[in-house]
Design a protein around this ligand. Structure first.
Ligand code: GRF
Length: 222
């Protein structure tokens, strides 16, 4: 099955690029119907244009209320016949005016192992906190920020001399791998949600889970 995807961006759009690249090489069965930004200078818009993907820019300052902005997004996505919406660095909180029409069909990527470090500057939060395992999460979007059911997470090591930039780059590399994977599972209709639990048919939940930084020492790793 090929899913009709809409991608919402605010910034650099490197996750959008990763998604477009995987569509391009045939490993993600999706058609990107539209890329929408809320900032005219979002590099993500330029990346989409370069790839020949239709774009739109919607400025929240042009709308009296959050809900009006959200309704305009819905209108554009529906007009483009979008089934699944991927938030890729989209820096706006969405209201029920958006989430109700697309219930269960909006996904987001967050640069931390949720529920740790939700919100802004997650990479900085993790670096400053001295975590040993940082990472990223793809999850369904609900009305609370960075909160909905988790589809996939990836962990990366965090080192004592990491800062926001070095740790952020390590996390971003994994973001570019797990986001297209999560979308492909959705395209293959393998994803089911029951409460907070997401089950991906045929995907192991535990493989690779015993991974610690620093590595465990004997007898714990035997
Ligand atoms: C990523 O770190 C993503 O996890 C967060 O915003 C950033 C967007 O980066 N939500 P990009 O625009 O995809 O390069």
């Amino acid at each position: 099955m090929t899913i009709a995807l809409g991608v919402l961006v605010s910034g650099s759009g490197s996750n959008l690029q990763a998604i477009m690249d995987r569509v391009g090489d045939g490993s993600l069965d999706a058609e990107i119907r539209i890329v929408i930004a809320n900032k005219p200078d979002a590099l993500g818009l330029e990346r989409a244009r370069q790839a020949g993907v239709p774009t739109a820019c919607v400025l929240h300052a042009d709308f009296p209320a959050r809900e009006d902005f959200d309704r305009e997004l819905v209108r554009l996505l529906r007009a483009a016949k979008v089934e699944v919406v991927a938030l890729a660095g989209f820096m706006r909180i969405l209201t029920p005016a958006f989430l109700t029409p697309f219930a269960g069909r909006v996904v987001n990527i967050h640069p931390a192992l949720l529920p740790a470090c939700p919100g802004l500057s997650a990479q900085k939060q993790q670096a400053l906190h001295g975590v040993r395992l940082a990472g990223c999460t793809v999850h369904f979007v609900d009305e609370e920020m960075d909160h909905g059911p988790i589809i996939i997470q990836a962990a990366v090591p965090a080192y004592a001399d990491d800062d926001e930039a070095t740790l952020g780059a390590r996390i971003l590399e994994m973001e570019h791998r797990i986001y297209p994977q999560a979308l492909q599972w959705i395209a293959q209709d393998r994803v089911r949600v029951a409460g907070r639990q997401v089950v991906v048919r045929g995907a192991s939940r535990t493989m690779g889970a015993l991974w610690a930084n620093p590595p465990l020492e004997r007898p714990f790793d035997s």
